[in-house]
Write a new protein. Sequence first.
Length: 368
Amino acid sequence: MPRWFNTAGPCQADIHYLLPPTLRLPGLERLIAQRNYFVIHAPRQVGKTTAMLALAKQLTDSGKYTAVMLSVEVGAPFSQDIAGAEEAILAAWRRAISIRLPQELQPPAWPSLESGQRIGDALSLWAQASPHPLVIFIDEIDALQDQALISILRQLRDAYPNRPKAFPQSVGLIGLRDVRDYKVAGGGSDRLNTSSPFNIKVRSLTLRNFNAEEVAELYAQHTEDTGQVFTPEATALAFELTQGQPWLVNALAKEIVEELVTDESIAITENHILEAKEILIKRQDTHLDSLAERLRENRVKAIIEPILAGQELPESSNDDRQYLVDLGLLKRDPAGVWSSPIRFIEKFCREFWCKAHRIVYRLSVRVG
Ligand SMILES: Nc1ncnc2c1ncn2[C@@H]1O[C@H](COP(=O)(O)OP(=O)(O)OP(=O)(O)O)[C@@H](O)[C@H]1O
Ligand SMILES: [Mg+2]
């Protein structure tokens, strides 16, 4: 079957060029064997879902665990309505499990108990019925906020001592932020601020970008399939511009092989990479579009704009800096200097704000 570079959601091994998904998450199997609960947080479009779907499948295929990746994204509209969130989440989980796990590993009917306990009880019943220890990865955890989020975290902590017989042996929360940064309204802070009520987590891990060798390996898959070559200079430039950010690495190559250079006998050079970069920035595709949303936030702009202008990091709170690091917009080198980590993104930010400023200017001229 032909394969393509993927830029739309998690990768599927049969149709997408793909690096081994769990390679960037070493040691997780040991954490799971030790019955730990953990957090994986990384910026958007780094490969979290692809990696955890693959790991769950790997664990289930080993015959040692019943492991599945489930999302709580559908609970997002119910931040103050625990019953609504639980209902939406459990219904989505049922559908996902019916597709991802074989018949003999399906859970019993979800219990319909009081709200505030339904998710914990469902996992408890399932763990007791499962022929193997249960392992659950919960994706998009930071789509939840406030009451719904706190309730889920409390339900997990409450039954944690009952693992592995009557609760999942291991739970991984997957999202953009670390637990203490989950958003919670009220209580004088808009953050959870402490690891409680998920203070049972043993580790917070992150997922790194691809390194230069991995970018070359991914592009070489296209060469193997089609014979079309990426020159070493082109591959090196793609790495330099993207710093291995997985979506950007795929998006550059996809634009080139599917639009710019469809004749597979023509080798891909640095100029093609530069041309594709300009097109992607102008078109503001999915990942860049969601980044643009963030660039509209004042706290993001207040930090990044001076850095792009070559100035020092302005006075800012730890929280705000960490937020930008989590978004992949800021990094600190070993010498303590703050900068924008990815040239591609840096250029995107510049052009985004230029455009935004021009719009403001035009409007004010018309009003004037
Ligand atoms: N193992 C991989 N090999 C090659 N490309 C990958 C791999 N994993 C992820 N990618 C690239 O990253 C993109 C995003 O993957 P995925 O949806 O798994 O990331 P994510 O971190 O879950 O994103 P989000 O935070 O938006 O949910 C894919 O569309 C693909 O371009
Ligand atoms: Mg994801």
